[in-house]
Design a protein around this ligand. Sequence first.
Ligand SMILES: [Zn+2]
Length: 294
Amino acid sequence: MRIVVARLLAALIAGSVAGLTGCASEPPRATDPTSATETASATETASATETTSATSTGTVAGVSDAGLRQLAPDAAGRARAIWGSGPSAADFPVRLAADRAAFAKAIGEDTVAVPAAATPSGIVVNGPEFSRLTATGQEVVLAHEALHLAVRRDPEVPGDGHRIPMWLSEGLAEHTGWTAAGHRTGAPTPLEAVPELLIAREAGSAPRTVPTNADFAHADASGSATDRAVAYQASHVAVDTLLRDHGRAAVIAVAKDTARGTPVDIALRRHTGSGLADLNERYRTALRARGDQL
Ligand SMILES: [Zn+2]
């Protein structure tokens, strides 16, 4: 057990998995009118700057526009396979920002260092952060953001999907991302996808329930990359559990119901036969099973 935890820690230190979790794609949240307004105006700014110098057309720290375009078809395909609709390989707008300032300008907010973000007009890649990822990590991140883009572009989803609980939208995005690394829908969450969560479990500090939007906000406010990672990874385990037990169509139906304003507990009961309390229990069981693999 200790050897695997040590390996996970080594992977984190080496940066091979760090930075995969956490993205700046969260649309405005209905529960926070202030930030919703700010983000809404920020996204307009992002659209407005699309053709300015906010993005580059060359190579940044080994990441190139041409390289991103090569990865784009796979990311688009994985998002469509999970969400049921989404960007096509031919219409998958991805832009490269040369530095953190250009990235902040392109997405309309100066957020924590993340490798990429989905805006209404497409995906913006943060060159310096993205270049720190392994090749697999880059595939995971693009497919993660592609899922957010699919949600935003779905005509059945009002308001960019801001009513979908974050654990569900980020869990689906993480799941989609890891399909690019060979993860199959219905299989247990890969150990290497959830290192911070497993380390937190070893320490007895892993979340006991599926993270709430407030938990995500708290993790953001703490400024702790680990807290953010744990929230994303717990969401990933919860969504993988739902996908395993109920299949893709039911989980997407839950997401679309919540996007239209249905409380998540009701949407879960409607499409999976049981509510949030039952999911929390199954999440804890799945996490225990993953931890026992160490
Ligand atoms: Zn995300």
